[in-house]
Design a protein around this ligand. Structure first.
Ligand code: FE
Length: 467
């Protein structure tokens, strides 16, 4: 790529940096004191001697170099064989982003918060709820005029409490948002949707198939005349999302109070988390109130300004290398509930596999159509309960069906088989298979159904039969 002669303006470069920061490497070779006073979020501090080696290592990326004027000539000569870099000249837009918060005294920060922090619309609803076993915060936000609301990160253990609370407040729950696919607790999203009709939403990158909305960066959801803005903040997991609403940001496990989420599993990446915090969350107004998904020390909220100044991992002045080193040295234990939570959360919190078939209850017996069985026959077990002569007789049988005749043979079979498997019982016209279904349900089977109309109807519909 012929980048050296490319006439990228400061604005264009800024656009790339703010939308696709992974394409750029920002190298700041000014004195360390200047760097610490303020630098572009995500920039790495290096000495002028290290620039050349860094350019050799960055592959396809483009380096943006910030240096003192008197170093520029020397660097230009030294870097003449390279074409993967640009100097950043005066650029007012980036100057604003130089995060001078480290230099600000706590009095300045407080003054700023007092002056601006309570400009939030007083018509907004906000509640912070806590689940003690996983130390998870659940949030309810909304618009008090229309009573439209959303819940963020609901936990299965506190589902009933939260539903009751929403009813007491007479809220119309429109959205159930998960900041990411949690490893430490099971989401109540699916159950909440079932009980309230709210839409479930999670990041597009989560690969959760059962949700209603897969959110993209910048996507907006309305609650009355107020807006929830989704901000993708990968790093803790690749599908982490933060939500901005009325002067508050719900940061999930990306930015915690004086900490950050771990980055050692679920496609975690220290580099991505650092970029998410410095290039996205830290660009929010300093007085934005930070509400994380967890706290283990009793904090309930923070602000962007306070995290910039005091976060020991991600405070301004900490480089990406500092952060990566800290994260690599954490050596955290494997989360207790991950083996249960992840598979369940990928199914919106439903513990059991959802059914393949679509039964309707007819006189206490779950019944399915021939078509439903035909479409899904390879994913379920087909148990034909007729006699052997019928199985191979006039109406034939369905491919893959197993012959287990109703009576002693079936009772025996049921006593030995897994009660959670999905089974469709089949007979000639649906009578004997109905009895088989009832018998299985009495014995504790949870997903057994009767195929309506049996093999007679199957043949009438000219579905494929083996004779
Ligand atoms: Fe998490």
């Amino acid at each position: 790529m012929e980048t050296k002669k490319m006439a990228l303006s400061c604005e264009q470069l800024y656009e790339i940096w703010s939308s696709e920061p992974e394409l750029l490497v920002v190298l700041d070779s000014r004195e360390k004191e200047l760097f610490n006073k303020g630098h572009i979020p995500g920039a790495t501090h290096i000495t002028t001697n290290e620039v050349k080696n860094t350019l050799l290592k960055i592959g396809e990326k483009l380096a943006v170099i910030i240096c003192n004027d008197n170093d520029k000539e020397k660097l230009l000569t030294e870097l003449s064989p390279f074409n993967n870099f640009m100097f950043l000249h005066e650029c007012k837009r980036w100057d604003i982003l130089q995060l001078p918060i480290v230099e600000k005294s706590i009095d300045d920060i407080n003054k700023n918060l007092i002056n601006k922090g309570h400009k939030m619309n007083s018509n907004s609803i906000f509640f912070q709820l806590f689940e003690p076993e996983s130390s998870t915060y659940t949030y309810i936000i909304g618009d008090s005029k229309t009573k439209e609301a959303a819940i963020i990160d609901p936990v299965m253990e506190t589902l009933d409490r939260d539903i009751k609370f929403i009813k007491e407040l007479d809220l119309k729950l429109l959205y159930v948002l998960d900041t990411h696919v949690h490893a430490d607790h099971i989401t109540a999203a699916g159950e909440m949707r079932k009980q309230t009709g709210a839409k479930t939403a999670v990041s597009l990158h989560s690969k959760v198939e059962c949700v209603d909305l897969l959110l993209e960066d910048g996507q907006e959801l309305k609650l009355g005349d107020k807006t929830i803005k989704a901000i993708t903040t990968p790093g803790h997991t690749n599908s982490c999302m933060s939500f901005y609403f009325e002067g508050k940001v719900f940061t999930g496990d990306t930015l915690l109070i004086r900490g950050s989420g771990r980055t050692d599993f679920q496609q975690g990446s220290s580099e991505n988390l650092y970029h998410s915090v410095h290039n996205k969350l830290y660009l929010l107004p300093d007085e934005t109130v930070v509400y994380p998904a967890h706290d283990y020390r009793g904090f309930t909220s923070s602000t962007i300004a306070l995290e910039k100044k005091f976060n020991p991992r991600l405070g301004v002045g900490k480089s990406i290398d500092d952060f990566t080193k800290i994260m690599n040295e954490l050596k955290l234990p494997y989360p207790k509930k991950i083996d249960v939570s992840l598979p369940a959360n990928l199914k919106c919190g439903f513990m059991k596999e959802s059914r393949v078939l679509h039964p309707q209850n007819v006189d206490g017996i779950p019944e399915v159509t021939n078509e439903d069985v035909y479409k899904n026959k390879t994913q379920i077990r087909l148990i034909d309960v007729r006699r052997p002569d019928e199985f191979n007789g006039e109406y034939g049988h369905i491919e893959g069906a197993e012959l287990v005749t109703l009576g002693e043979e079936l009772t025996n079979w049921l006593s030995k088989n897994d009660k959670n498997q999905e089974i469709a019982f089949i007979c000639r016209s649906g009578g004997r298979s109905g009895n088989a279904t009832l018998e299985s349900l009495k014995l504790g089977f949870t997903k057994t159904v009767n195929m309506t109309g049996g093999m007679i109807m199957w043949n009438e519909k000219k579905l494929p039969t083996i004779r």
